[in-house]
Design a binder for this molecule. Structure first.
Ligand code: BTN
Length: 251
C-alpha cells in the first residue's frame, strides 16, 4: 500500500499549489500537505475556496500514477468515496455523495474536492487531489450560507481535524489500491452508488450542447453518471464536460 508522509503548515496560499511545487522539486507519491489556513484556497471552475483558520480541514495529496491521463479524472471519485467513508463514522445519517465529488449533509455541501493533473508529454507527471472539509464552522459567508454546512452544525460536536485527516488518508489508500487493480471504478461502483444522493432523483444536466433532464441511475465503471432521459434513453455523463443539478435544489 502507498506510503504517506504528512506535512503540516500553519498557513499557505493553497495546499494544492504547495503540493504542486513540492512535486516539481521531486516529492514522493503519498506526500500530503495540510494547512490551518489558506490565503488563496481554490475551488473548481476557477472559483475561490473560502479557507478560514482552523475551522476546516484543508489537505492535498500527491499521486504519481503510471496509467493513461484520461483515467485520472476518476481519482476524484475515489477520494470522494474515502471522504464519505471517513465522515460516515462521525455522521451516521443524512450524509452522501453528490456526483461527482461533493459530500453533502441534508442536502448541503460539507466537502469539496479539486483534482489537478500535470502532464509530461503523453504521461502523467503528477495528480494533486485537494480536499476541503467544513468541520467546526457555525456560520458561513453570505454567498454560500444557503448551500454549505459543517460537521459541527450537523453533530453539535467539535471535530478533531487530524483524526479526520488520518481517516481520509486511510480510506483513500484502501480505495486507491482497489482502483489500481482495474484502473477504473469497476470494483468500487457499488460502494460509491450506495452513497450517491443523486440516485433515483431527477437531475438537470447542464451540457453546453444542450440541457436536458432525467433520472440519475448511478455511475458506471468510468465514473460517468448514468442518466435516464424521459425518453428512456440511458446516457452517460462525463464529469469534465457538464454539471448536474437537482431539479428541486442543489442535490
Ligand atoms: C470545489 O470547488 O468544490 C473544490 C474545493 C476544493 C478545496 C480544497 S481545500 C484544500 C485544497 N487546496 C485548495 O486550494 N483547494 C483544495
Amino acid at each position: 500500500m502507498m506510503e504517506t508522509r504528512i506535512l503540516h503548515y500553519e498557513g499557505i496560499d493553497s495546499t494544492n499549489l504547495e503540493v504542486t511545487r513540492l512535486s516539481q522539486k521531486g516529492a514522493a507519491e503519498g506526500t500530503v500537505v495540510v494547512a490551518d489556513v489558506q490565503t488563496a484556497g481554490r475551488g473548481r471552475r476557477g472559483r475561490a475556496w473560502d479557507s478560514p483558520k482552523g475551522e476546516a480541514l484543508y489537505m492535498s495529496l500527491l499521486l504519481r500514477p503510471t496509467f493513461a491521463p484520461d483515467k485520472a479524472a476518476t481519482l476524484t471519485l475515489v477520494m470522494a468515496l474515502a471522504v464519505m467513508e471517513a465522515i460516515a463514522e462521525i455522521v451516521p445519517d443524512g450524509c452522501g455523495i453528490k456526483w461527482p465529488n461533493d459530500i453533502v449533509i441534508d442536502g448541503k455541501k460539507v466537502c469539496g474536492i479539486l483534482t489537478e493533473m500535470e502532464l509530461q508529454g503523453q504521461e502523467i507527471a503528477h495528480v494533486v487531489i485537494g480536499v476541503g472539509i467544513n468541520l467546526n464552522q457555525t456560520s458561513f459567508a453570505e454567498e454560500i450560507a444557503k448551500t454549505a454546512t459543517s460537521l459541527r452544525l450537523k453533530t453539535g460536536k467539535t471535530i478533531e481535524r487530524f483524526a479526520l485527516l488520518d481517516k481520509v488518508v486511510y480510506y483513500f489508500k484502501r480505495n486507491y489500491e482497489v482502483f489500481l487493480q482495474t484502473c477504473d471504478m469497476r470494483i468500487l461502483v457499488d460502494k460509491y452508488n450506495g452513497f450517491l444522493v443523486n440516485c433515483g432523483k431527477e437531475v438537470r444536466v447542464l451540457d453546453p450542447q444542450g440541457e436536458y433532464e432525467g433520472v440519475a441511475r448511478g455511475i458506471n465503471e468510468k465514473g460517468e453518471l448514468l442518466v435516464e432521459k424521459h425518453s428512456k434513453e440511458l446516457v452517460s455523463v462525463y464529469a469534465g464536460e457538464v454539471s448536474v443539478r437537482g431539479i428541486y435544489g442543489y442535490v
